[in-house]
Write a protein that binds this ligand. Sequence first.
Ligand SMILES: Cc1cc2nc3c(=O)[nH]c(=O)nc-3n(C[C@H](O)[C@H](O)[C@H](O)COP(=O)(O)OP(=O)(O)OC[C@H]3O[C@@H](n4cnc5c(N)ncnc54)[C@H](O)[C@@H]3O)c2cc1C
Length: 518
Amino acid sequence: MIKVKRAGGTGEGRGGGAERGGAEGGPVRGRVPWAAGGHQARVWGGDRPEWSTVNEPRAKIVIIGGGPGGYEAALVAAQLGSHVTVVDSDGLGGACVLTDCVPSKTLIATSGMMAALDGAPALGIRPDTGAGGAALATVDAPRLYSRVRDLASAQSADVAARLAAEGVEIRRGPGRLAGPHTVAVGDTELDADIVLVATGAKPRELPGAVPDGERLLTCRQLYDLGELPPKLIVVGSGVTGAEFASAYQALGSKVTLVSSRDRVLPQQDADAAMVVQEVFRRRGMTVLSRSRAVSACRTGDGVTVTLEDGRTVRGSHCLLTVGMVPNTGGLGLEAAGIALDRGGFIPVDRVSRTSAANVYAAGDCTGVMMLASVAAMQGRIAMWHALGEAVQPLRLSHVAMTVFTEPEIAMVGVSQQAVGSGEADALVVKLPLATNARAKMQGFRDGFVKLFARRSSGMVLGGVVVAPWASELILGVSLAVEQHLTVDEIAHTFAVYPSLSGSVTEAARQLMQPADDD
Ligand SMILES: Cc1cc2nc3c(=O)[nH]c(=O)nc-3n(C[C@H](O)[C@H](O)[C@H](O)COP(=O)(O)OP(=O)(O)OC[C@H]3O[C@@H](n4cnc5c(N)ncnc54)[C@H](O)[C@@H]3O)c2cc1C
């Protein structure tokens, strides 16, 4: 059956009848008449919609950058019948797939297995002291790194194949804006009705610690090492630093974590960060708090990191994780009328518009929240908005995120800090994992489930889970936040017995308040 639907119509479809592209006033500012509504019929044949060319040509979309911000946008635009070109310089999937999320989480799959083996004796597994000594297992570093690289390239190939199957044109090479409606790739100029800039970010370097790719490393240079660093110094205790420190400690490196702040993960829930820091120390990691690194250099066959107070730390390798800077230089943005902020990021609104009509931006280059899921959502929202679909503007307060340490920290919604400062009027319950029956059986003792609920209505406002696989457990809390569920509704939901997720329903039960008698 063929269904004909008018663009800019009733508000049905994605976004649940929230804000519409035309209503936001976005694309109407440029020369994109299809978004103004009513001009064009969208024809649904099978499950693949197409824009007809009755009144207007297909929208020409050019996307610079093939990471999640770019490729997810391309899929949406292609689904809506646009002619889409993705220009990418380093490989589809972007840094997310090739150097950042996918490789790091693949490495962490192995380190997680090693950490689990650490707890094996307590579960009745004895090391085999026969031929190989007392270790339960050791890491085969070349094999691990080649698995990481193979998986990343396979994932990149999958993204390329998916885009090609959807009819997206792919151009290899650096692209730049030669005007608001033109993207230049080498000598070729591509015409665009809409441009999306999704060029990502790269690791920040310290002036006194320039990476050499051999011993002084950024997080993108780890996978070419032939070996595990025997003594790794990690500079920076944010999410990236903490994840790699945790992973290499479990893989068998001797790790020193240099943190300029009072504790690791200064931006995250303080209770959660303290659990992770305690686990780090218990497992033998040296955590140097209130220790700012000012330089790092090669010395002999190792490295020396110098701290602000003059102390030095020696290791075999140093990993620098001191933030990210946007890839916005040389893109012709200013000439195309796009303002940058002081950090070089592209300011965008909640539907991904930049200061130039018809140019949108998504992902790390906007600095909004450096997560693949946020980049992807910003990219999709940009296309829905530009092409006149119903859109729900980006809601950062509903973003679920995870720190993939051992144990993991996952969180969504309001923070403890917002509750503590009175910004959110919420009741809080925190259940230690050690009280959960399944956790006891599994030998998990570090972690907790914390739930925040609005004092007046019992509506779930957020939560923090610290546990193995917290990244999977947070979904229940995330659903509650997104769907405005109350603690009563969660409390009446069945959880499996025994299960870690049982702690989420138990926390909700503890937050239930007796009804008023009068
Ligand atoms: C170590 C590490 C681990 C991470 N783990 C996670 C995680 O587990 N979960 C999570 O949600 N987030 C994670 N992140 C963050 C995540 O990687 C980023 O938020 C995400 O990659 C942003 O996507 P993007 O599309 O904006 O940019 P990118 O993925 O960086 O892609 C941008 C693409 O644009 C290309 N490009 C740049 N300039 C040009 C140009 N001029 N012309 C053409 N192409 C260009 C680049 O080559 C790249 O391919 C991690 C980050 C790091 C550093």
